[in-house]
Design a protein around this ligand. Structure first.
Ligand code: SF4
Length: 232
């Protein structure tokens, strides 16, 4: 058996974390009480680790697991509507072997992509508190440090965008002289050559209102694919 990598050690630590009392209580309560349509399922009910390989060229940063999505299935963006959008886009541009993600054993594999999030526990109403974001920040920072192959980062939503930039700066990354303001389709080349792309989050709040459409979302991944292909 291969020895556990630093990245695997980190992910194992994340899954055991109980640092935010409000989120621990919520994730476990949701897992106990469930919703009717998933009543027969055993919920994960723990922090959700990153999905993919740490040497991936593309890193996608989301907000947090959904109560009945990742918090149920144990895989990030899996079993909820946001995930339907994300994995479809990843598949369309060659980052995944299938367009859907339904459970941990559904055969999904990512190609050159790592998906992670600002928070690893589902927050009530998808609204984390500032101190909870701060508590989880170090996990993202450590992941980014261990992720050696990254060439492009897609931040899904304003919170992910800000969290990525904070971790980038904390890790010694420079952003001086760059006008870094969140918008859909923003693109910046950071010192060191990593391209940061900002996108609206594919939450139902955005997709059901038409703020984010499929073509708009696909365009983000088309650009990431183009950037990575150019650099090969
Ligand atoms: S949100 Fe992050 S820091 Fe808070 S309990 Fe979950 S894993 Fe730990």
């Amino acid at each position: 058996m291969e020895p556990e990598s630093e990245f695997q050690k980190l992910e194992r630590k994340i899954v055991q974390c109980r640092l935010c009392p409000r989120l621990v209580e919520w994730r476990e309560r949701v897992a106990r009480e469930k919703v009717r349509r998933f009543r027969a399922e055993k919920y994960w009910g723990r922090p959700v680790p990153a999905f993919g390989k740490p040497d991936a060229a593309l890193i996608v940063v989301g907000l947090a697991p959904a109560a009945h999505g990742g918090n149920r299935t144990g895989r990030i963006f899996t079993g909820d509507r946001s995930g339907d959008w994300l994995y479809d886009a990843l598949y369309q541009f060659g980052f995944a072997n299938q367009p859907v993600s339904t459970s941990m054993d559904d055969g999904l594999m990512l190609h050159g992509c790592l998906i992670t999030a600002v928070l690893r526990c589902a927050p009530p109403n998808n609204k984390p508190l500032p101190e909870e974001i701060a508590n989880c920040q170090d996990y993202l920072r450590q992941e980014l440090l261990l992720a050696g192959g990254k060439r492009a980062v897609i931040a899904l939503g304003q919170i992910a965008f800000r969290a990525f930039l904070r971790t980038w700066r904390e890790a010694g990354g420079e952003t001086a002289g760059l006008r870094l303001q969140f918008r859909h389709g923003g693109e910046w080349v950071l010192p060191g050559g990593i391209t940061l792309i900002s996108s609206y989050h594919p939450s139902q709040q955005n997709t059901q209102t038409g703020k984010l459409t499929r073509p708009m979302f696909h365009e983000i991944f088309r650009r990431a694919r183009g950037i990575l292909d150019e650099r090969e």
